[in-house]
Design a protein around this ligand. Sequence first.
Ligand code: GLU
Length: 427
Amino acid sequence: MSIEAHPFSLYNDPAFDMAKEQFRVISEYMNIPSDERDRLFYPKRAISVSVPIHKDDGTTAVYQGYRVQHHLSMGPTKGGTRFAPSVNMGEVAALSIWMSWKCALAGLPYGGAKGGVCVDVRSLSPRELEALSRRYMQEMIPFVGPKIDVMGPDMGTNEQVMAWFMDTYSMYVGYSVNEIVTGKPIYLGGSLGRRESTGRGVAFLVERALDVLKIDAEKCTCIVQGFGNVGAIAAASLYYKAGVKIVGLSDAYAAFYDAKGLKFEDFEEHMRTNRDLSNFTGAPRISPEDMLIQPCDILIPAAVDRVIHGGNAGQLKCRILAEGANGPTTPEADAILDQRWNDIFVIPDILCNAGGVIVSYFEWVQDLAAFFWNETEVTDKLFRILDHSFQAVVRKAKTEKISHRTAAMAIAVERVRKAKNTRGLFP
Ligand code: GLU
């Protein structure tokens, strides 16, 4: 009896349903026999921990933490740790599955993983954030390791959190283990170019898409949803290096739009002294939903999942949809975008935002070898991998007359499937 017949309630979540529907579409397209599907799709390990900490007011608070390791067939598992109020087992499981496809498409020797804590980091003091980070890693020690599962950053975590993770693990084993996490500060075994890698990768792929469409970057307009590590760096690369005009920008608190072009420097200046864009007054405001459907050449959702859905996909007015976020487009939106294939060039998430995990892989390799590369080496190698994946996806989509997402997923799923089938099923 397949799991399909007895669905896991453990993963109840819209993001998980979305990952499942995407996989169903791909398995149908690839004619994967039904008895292989559950083995490829369902996560191998799902860990749930309670994470108690002392609050500054002397009370004790308990947070719920998770880690899902999707498959162990190609090497250790790899993926970020998210501190956000949306975190639950289903969301983390969906994100771990997307990490598997992302790593496989880039040719990295990893299965996917993802973890997180359900918490609003803005409600924590710096000391409480340190306590939560350390205790979460402490609870995960039996389940992680440089050859088992390697964490990295994601929403709500940063280099400091990665340094606390590394320190907590290292104190436990008794020596410094740089390779236990990636996304660390440079002087603790971090890689040059890791912080910029996801955003730079998004900008690089946008430029590849502009080449295919024969559009001049300097004549382009761009809307970016999300002003975190991915959105801000993608926007900065396109604005300063490629000469793209940024017409829309938003974070979780405010959205801004001006068809004549926003002064990106003012946003950067504001963020040097503020946590978010909520009290920025230097540009006209727009509702976050309306911003997504304004005319532009490049639309970059670089925030949360499911923002392009059945209700707005038909109204998008972009030429390129570059998915900086994980899972920004629902399967209902995909069905609409499939009809608009001639109109909108989609760079699917597992390709578009892969720069982060690719440079995380470089960081792990450098830590294991204790031999470090300069930034040009890192960026050249990153762009080579992204270019190779981009070409493979565009070629397959063209030859088989399928969407870029289907092409990207089919390449990735086939690699994992081959690894599993060749290793065989034990006993
Ligand atoms: N959080 C990033 C992602 O979703 C990177 C994870 C990592 O570096 O391990 O791809």
